[in-house]
Design a protein around this ligand. Structure first.
Ligand code: SF4
Length: 323
């Protein structure tokens, strides 16, 4: 069965049950994204609702998901209503929650609930975790090639890490392609740039941001949330893995990771990206307050290329860093 999902969750359970997990965000953004948004608006989704939600609504139909896992706590409050509209279209929905208080027992119970739904035992889930961790170790190496050796562009780093949320539904094929990519990247010359940036926030809906930055001699060597999707801590226990994962909890969890990586990766500045109509825009108040290197906030709305105003703001920010 094809099991769509709205954001990273313990994907090990779905693989262990022999199904194909599909991150609907990735299908949305790599397909005809504007069409997906339009399709949802045609069905009545309001203009002032985040494009990712509209995209996932359309993808659930278009890609004919057998069921959709909606992360209803720890991601996006819009997911509740998204799920209702999918139920109304006769799509099975399963809810999953990351407890806001990071309570270990509650998270363990959520994982167990998923295991029961998919009728799979915990030992099998642990076996899948071990298998995926082998690939995750390679992604850590890919990340190191980005920030230690400057051999990988911010866009490449973004794409590999963001796709590790579901391993494109086929871990074996993902690993083969990853091995080939890493082999090719190790042979490259280092990328010469003026600045090393971090990218904070949900993955961008803007398609040419990384290319525009690279044209201006900036490489993104830290993709915060995308890296979180790759579960880089390699915890032994699956519950600990999803407790250590910062994205579903508070901005303070994220800030600890960001501050550490700013030092680790010797970042010159960060871009804090937010999506129009997203509650996470409020987090920028604390990001600006607690991050002690220059921060540029940018916002994306519809899928597509950078608008002229954002390009000008990036260029002005770079001028400020130079002088
Ligand atoms: S970008 Fe924000 S509003 Fe949009 S789906 Fe993600 S959490 Fe929800």
């Amino acid at each position: 069965m094809k099991i769509g999902f709205t954001t990273s969750f313990p994907v090990e359970v779905v693989f262990a049950a022999g199904h194909i997990p599909i991150d609907m965000n990735n299908i949305f953004i790599s397909g005809n994204a504007n069409n997906f948004v339009e399709q949802a608006e045609f069905d009545g989704y309001p203009r002032n609702i985040c494009s990712w939600i509209k995209g996932m609504y359309s993808v659930a139909h278009d890609a004919e998901m057998d069921a959709v896992i909606g992360v209803v706590e720890g991601d996006c409050s819009n997911t509740h209503s998204l799920m209702s509209t999918l139920v109304d279209k006769n799509i099975d929905v399963i809810s999953f929650s990351f407890p806001h208080d990071k309570n270990r027992n509650k998270l363990a119970a959520e994982i167990e609930k998923l295991e029961q739904y998919f009728n799979v035992n915990h030992t099998k889930v642990d076996e899948v975790k071990l298998r995926l961790d082998k690939i995750r170790k390679k992604l850590i190496y890919l990340d190191e090639l980005t920030f230690k050796e400057n051999k990988i562009t911010g866009l490449e780093n973004h794409l590999w890490l963001v796709n590790s949320s579901d391993f494109n539904g086929d871990p074996q094929n993902f690993e083969i392609r990853l091995d080939e990519f890493i082999l090719e990247a190790t042979k490259r010359e280092s990328i010469k740039t003026d600045f090393r940036f971090g990218f904070l926030g949900v993955p961008p809906i803007i398609t040419d941001l990384y290319d525009f930055l690279l044209e201006h001699k900036v490489n993104v060597v830290f993709n915060e949330i995308q890296r979180q999707f790759s579960m880089p801590y390699l915890e032994n226990d699956i519950v600990d893995q999803y407790l250590h994962y910062t994205y579903p909890y508070t901005i303070f969890d994220r800030l600890k990771d960001i501050q550490l990586e700013i030092k680790n990766r010797k970042l010159d500045a960060v871009i804090s990206y937010s999506q129009s109509f997203c509650h996470r825009q409020i987090d920028n108040i604390l990001i600006k307050k607690y991050i002690d290197i220059p921060v540029l906030t940018i916002e994306g709305d519809q899928p597509g290329e950078l608008d002229a105003r954002t390009k000008l703001r990036i260029e002005s920010f770079l001028d400020m860093l130079k002088y």
